[in-house]
Structure formats: C-alpha cells, structure tokens
Design a protein around this ligand. Structure first.
Ligand code: PLP
Length: 397
C-alpha cells in the first residue's frame, strides 16, 4: 500500500521534536528549563473557565453553525474592528478551532496551484508546509538584524515579486524573532501588496501580546481591508492554547469559503467554548492584563539573562514572548558549524531547552548568521534566572 504522493510536500512543526528530546532528557531525572515551545503555563482566566463550565451545564454541547455562533461572530467583529479602527460585521468573521487552521483554509480560498506565495522565513513553519502541500510555490522573504531588533527585508520582497505572485503572508509581532514593523515599513509593504494586487494573510496571533503602546495592523491602511484576512486567536491573549478557538476575519466573499470549509472539515468549533467566549472577548480585561504583566516580568528576566552572556546582545521586544539572539560568535568560540549541535549540547550540558532558526522554515542560501529562539511563555521567572545562569556558564566557555 502507498500513501498519497502529495504528502511529500507536507511539512510540520519540528519544534515538537525539541519537546520530545527535552522530555526524554527530563525523564532521566534532569530538571529541564523549557524555553522551546510557544505554549503558556499560565492558567486561563477564571471568568472564562467558569463561563465554560456554565455553558456545559446549560447544555451547549451539541453542534452549532459551521461559521460559528452569531453572538461570538458579532463580538469578535466589534472587538477586532474597534482595536484596528476598522468596521467589520458578523458576516466578516468565521470561527475556527484555533488560529492555525486559518492558514491552510486561507490558501485553499485564494491560491491556485502554481501560484507564488511570499512568506516570512524564518517564520511560523506551517506557512511553508501549507503552501507547498496545496500546490503553491513557497517564496521566502527574510529580515535584516538591526540594533533594535529585526526589519523586513523589503528589497528582497520587492525583487521576489513576479507576475505569478498572488499572496503575501505577513506576521507582524513575529514568531520567532519578535519583529514589529514601523508605520513606514508597513506602508511600504501595503504599497507593494496593492500595486501587485496580492491577497494578504495578516497573522495577528500576537496582536494583543504588547508590553506598551497600541498595536497597529497593515489591514487598517487604505486599500488593504478588501484584500486581507486577519488570523485571530484566543490562544495567546487568554492563555487558551489547548482550548482551540480562533477566527478568520476578512471580506465576506472569502469568509463564506472558510465557512464552507469548516462544514467540510470539522462541522463546527466546540459549541460551549464559543458560548464561554462571548462575554470574555469584550469583557473584563483583568485576566489578560495579568497575563501580560507576568510575561513582561519573564521577558525582562530573559533579556537580562541573555545579555549577560559573552557574545550575545539583544534588545527587548515590545511584543510576542520570543527572543531570537544571534549566536554566531558563540558558535565560532565553540568551533561548531551547525546551530542544532549547539542546541543538543546545551541541553545535555545545562538542561536548558530551546529551538533554533532551523525550526522556522528551510534555511535559505546565503544565510551566514546563526540564531536560536527562546520562548518565555512556559517558564517562570525563577527558572528563567536559574536556566540563563547555567547557559551563561556553558556559552561563556
Ligand atoms: C505566528 C503564529 N501564527 C499562528 C499560530 C497558531 O496559534 P493557535 O493555532 O494556537 O491559535 C501560532 C502559534 O504559535 C503562531 O506563532
């Protein structure tokens, strides 16, 4: 028996292999310092947990509309619109079991086989996987390191656009590098999308994970709303990664395709979870605020810990819960050529577990610098301080 040939094109999240290695090492009695997965070890706010229990007790345990319950669609339309100075209605919202399904369904809705899709690399690995699995041509674009973080490589994006380019995937508040576009950078990207008539997926998984100021979106720029779909998720904002609740927000024409795909694939997203979220989306912000406060403490501890290491210098990102230090100097000091070797050796030498650039899309030709990624969403301040001190002991040698 043979499986489908198309499966050769299907990628995955190789970060899960890092979890497995960390677990194995932990099972030998080692205390792991888990910086590898973007999961959150903070509890979902009580009001949401209680609302879910009540929704089950009230009997919201059956099927519901494939597009999502109207009350939640309307609440997300109001909330997403208000925070972005945009006008959306319930018809612009398709409820999803998490943010991730938006990626594959968006491509199914707008990409033809053979179309070129621009996507960030390093970036969330599911973009590359879904583009290629669905028969598109994945065209990576990168970032330029600056003293303040990372800028989009706009020249590379410009020169990668051809008459065959149909879609741009853009992740402001970026995983893995924490990049946040300036207004000018976003304007230039929007100008390219409009000039070349591209569909845009604006992955806003970390829109609400901000340590100061108000976030912006490319979708608010003139000419962008009609060509853009927003990936929205409750995973990070409400520490609800395992609940699986998200949404696609965009032009009704595309959202209707999402709704049809929902009916084909999962029928609907869990009914009682949708009920529980109707008030939480627009309601009490004390739960999400406490999550941000905790993440800020962790960020500050992790940034200080990394900057104490000889050869590492990073700025403090204003968004996401990721740090992406350049470790080229450390690699040279240790005589290593492969960044995953550094990861493997660090795990056994220090019990600190992290991902590398290689877990975020295929490494492209000409990349000379080496990077590793720390997520501080799944590890408390005390362990961050302890783990970073161990890492310093090993990296400085
Ligand atoms: C950039 C980005 N987009 C989308 C997602 C999907 O998140 P979820 O499916 O949990 O909503 C993630 C998760 O880590 C992410 O980092």
């Amino acid at each position: 028996m043979k499986l489908a040939r198309q499966l050769e094109k299907l990628g995955t999240e190789t970060a899960f292999a890092v979890s497995a290695a960390a677990e194995q090492w932990g099972a030998k009695g080692n205390k792991i310092y888990p910086f590898h997965l973007g999961d959150i070890n903070i509890a979902t706010p009580d009001n949401i947990v209680e609302a879910a229990k009540k929704a089950i007790a009230d009997g919201y345990t059956g099927y519901c509309p494939g597009a999502g319950i109207p009350q939640l669609r309307a609440a997300i339309a109001r909330d997403v619109g208000a925070k972005r100075r945009l006008s959306y209605s319930a018809e612009n919202v398709s409820i999803q079991p998490g943010g991730k399904p938006v990626i594959g369904k968006f491509l199914a809705a707008v990409m033809n086989r053979g179309d070129e899709v621009l996507y960030p690399n390093p970036g969330y690995p599911i973009y590359e996987s879904q583009i290629e699995f669905q028969g598109g041509i994945a065209i990576p674009y990168g970032y330029l390191e600056t003293p303040m973080g990372f800028d989009l490589d706009l020249d590379a994006i410009r020169s990668a656009i051809t008459s065959n380019t149909r879609v741009l995937i853009y992740n402001n508040f970026q995983n893995p590098n924490g990049a946040q576009s300036s207004p000018q950078e976003m304007e230039q990207l929007a100008e390219l999308a409009i000039r070349h008539d591209l569909w845009v997926l604006s992955d806003e998984a970390y829109f609400e994970i901000q340590y100061s100021g108000q976030p912006d979106t490319i979708v608010s720029l003139p000419g962008m709303q009609e060509r853009s779909v927003i990936l929205y998720t409750c995973s990070k904002r409400f520490a609800m990664t395992g609940w699986r609740l998200g949404a696609a927000i965009g032009p009704q024409m595309v959202i209707e395709v999402f709704n049809k795909l929902n009916t084909n694939i999962e029928s609907c997203t869990t009914h009682f979870i949708q009920r529980a979220m109707v008030d939480a989306i627009e309601g009490d912000t004390s739960g999400p605020d406490a999550i941000i406060d905790e993440l800020r403490r962790r960020r500050d501890a992790a940034v200080d810990g990394l900057n104490a290491i000889d050869g590492i210098s990073i700025s403090s990102p204003n968004s996401t819960f990721y740090l992406f230090p350049n470790v080229t100097t450390i690699m040279q000091r240790k005589g290593l050529r492969e960044v995953n070797q550094l990861m493997d050796e660090a795990l056994t030498a220090t019990n600190v577990s992290f991902c590398t650039r290689n877990h975020f899309g295929r490494v492209t030709e000409g990349e000379k610098e080496h990077y590793i990624r720390f997520a501080y969403s799944g590890i408390g301040v005390e362990d961050i301080v302890e783990g970073m001190a161990k890492l310093k002991g090993y990296f400085d040698k």
